[in-house]
Design a protein around this ligand. Sequence first.
Ligand code: NAP
Length: 270
Amino acid sequence: MTKPYAEVIGDPIAHSKSPLIHGFWLAELGIDARYDRCHVTPDALAGYVAHRRDDPTWRGCNVTIPHKQAALDLVADKGGIRETIGAINTIFRDAGGTLVGTNTDAGGFVAPIADLDLAGRPVVVIGAGGAARAILFALARLGAGPVTLLARNALKGAALLSHFGLKGAVKPLDAALPPAALLVNASPLGMTGQPPLELDLTPLPDDCVVYDIVYAPLETALLQNAEARDLDTVDGLDMLVGQAALAFEIFFDAAPPRDRDEALRQLLTS
Ligand code: NAP
């Protein structure tokens, strides 16, 4: 097998949309490479990395649940990810042959809202898990704030705000929303099989953007409610495709054809 390849690893992994996204771009660009999915359990993670390290056709992998933190211990951390986001979603081989971990979730999150000026503007984030960490990192970089973090674990939320040097407050999930320029759901609430996210959007101003990173279903109740209020919305596929685009460039040294996003969206939702 000499064809170059990348892949996504996780446990479970069958649900991952990454092979569809990368496969679509490879076909569009006519690149003779593959993007696979590989089921890797936690006890097999170190062995997996050791095996791939010696495979010259392997360009790298995306890393998903539950390996995003554990994988950091197995690769070089040249970008200081441990001290910032604290989790990686991409491993690649650098020019010197070293396996390096990085995180494209923060960049993928920002891409769809790149035109929004968030400096000094209030933001609401729901959730305090891995995705919230990447999002808070990005918001701190953008100078956003104050940030109201809605989380069930107040101590964990407060530690996150302080870690990223963000001004703001942690409130319970049923607290009244403050006026905000952006509201982001970074929790699994509203996802298929998870409890609903029950928010009263009335306090949000008319120019607030509502961003739900959940992508199953794509049209969450939160986004439906925001659209009913005529607010601008961003869905989870935008972030998913955004983080994949950054990883694709790293793996295959080519920019994905983002002018084909509409066709990709159709593929992902059909
Ligand atoms: P995670 O690390 O497990 O964190 C989940 C967060 O939500 C935690 O803070 C958790 O609270 C909170 N939470 C979970 N269930 C809750 C409940 N019933 N009530 C209140 N809070 C609850 O997960 P993640 O990796 O951050 O992912 C979160 C969601 O984002 C998932 O739906 C995932 O599919 C999606 N996601 C999308 C993208 C994308 O590209 N679109 C990327 C990454 C993730 P505790 O802290 O108290 O445990």
